[in-house]
Design a protein around this ligand. Structure first.
Ligand code: NAD
Length: 251
């Protein structure tokens, strides 16, 4: 319970990887603020199950992010995890989808970070953990907006890490390979269309083909990595991009 007394905001934690990170930090005693979209009854049940607060700010709206911080105040741990995908050839990529992916996957993290940093600096301790992706290091076709934002997150994280290094605050990326969550499941139909493949072929020849282990990463593995980055022993891990991708980006 080494995180007792620490407050953590995990964005996009009503589902998938963010939920697993929130649970893992909670298991170490952190007070959790969940964030994300979803059915209010299901979110209330999650809150009860984990013992967490919730703020439903839509992260595509900078004013909503400011209102969230006005409500929650200073936090010790910020996990920028909310994200979305859209799969389409670049010349057909819907302009509004491009804007949405940039707003959620990248710009939201700028706003949460700028609003969280003063409180962390004042306390002389903080952890900023950004869920990037294997797509922060390598590209795949038909994912131009997503790959652009994830590469950008790596650069943003390094910059913040340098700025905060002397204040007891670290900033790092965790870069998963494919994790079986709604984000991955929902991209299968568009990938089938873009590549002319069946569902099974997309899973085996597009998704798992990338991962030398031929298995999906488990959300809990990302949660465990986030916990480690909060430990005292991780104080000098700063500006790093931790791959958890079964070896995908080693090729
Ligand atoms: P998910 O779809 O299960 O969860 C996304 C979360 O973001 C949900 O809680 C959702 O409610 C929230 N969200 C969506 N739009 C929002 C908005 N406008 N405002 C606030 N919250 C919003 O996806 P996931 O797979 O758990 O993805 C989480 C992160 O991990 C993303 O940044 C994603 O890019 C990254 N990632 C996922 C994989 C994967 O294979 N699943 C791999 C690498 C990186």
């Amino acid at each position: 319970m080494f995180l007792k007394g620490k407050r953590a905001l995990v964005t996009g934690s009503t589902s998938g990887i963010g939920l697993a990170i929130a649970k893992a930090l909670r298991n170490e005693g952190a007070d959790i603020i969940l964030n994300g979209l979803g059915d209010p009854d299901e979110i209330a049940a999650l809150q009860q199950q984990i013992g967490a607060d919730f703020n439903g700010a839509n992260l595509m709206d900078p004013a909503a992010i400011e209102a969230m911080f006005a409500e929650i105040g200073a936090i010790d741990i910020l996990v920028n995890n909310a994200g979305m995908q859209h799969v389409a050839p670049v010349e057909e990529f819907p302009v509004e989808k491009w804007d949405a992916v940039i707003a959620l996957n990248l710009t939201a993290a700028f706003h949460t970070t700028r609003l969280a940093v003063p409180g962390m600096k004042a306390k002389g301790w903080g952890r900023i953990i950004n869920t990037a992706s294997a797509h922060s290091l390598v590209a795949s076709p038909f994912k131009s907006a997503y790959v652009a934002t994830k590469h950008a997150m790596s650069g943003f994280t390094k910059t913040v890490a340098l700025e905060l290094a002397e204040f007891g605050v670290t900033a790092n990326c965790i870069s998963p390979g494919y994790v079986w969550t709604p984000l991955v499941e929902n991209q299968i139909p568009d990938t089938m269309k873009a590549r002319g493949l069946t569902r099974e072929d997309v899973i085996n020849e597009v998704l798992l083909a990338k991962q030398p282990t031929k298995t999906f990463v488990q959300p809990e593995e990302i949660g465990a990595m986030a916990v480690f980055l909060c430990r005292r022993e991780a104080a000098n891990i700063n500006g790093a991009n931790w791959s958890v991708d079964g070896g995908w980006t080693a090729e």
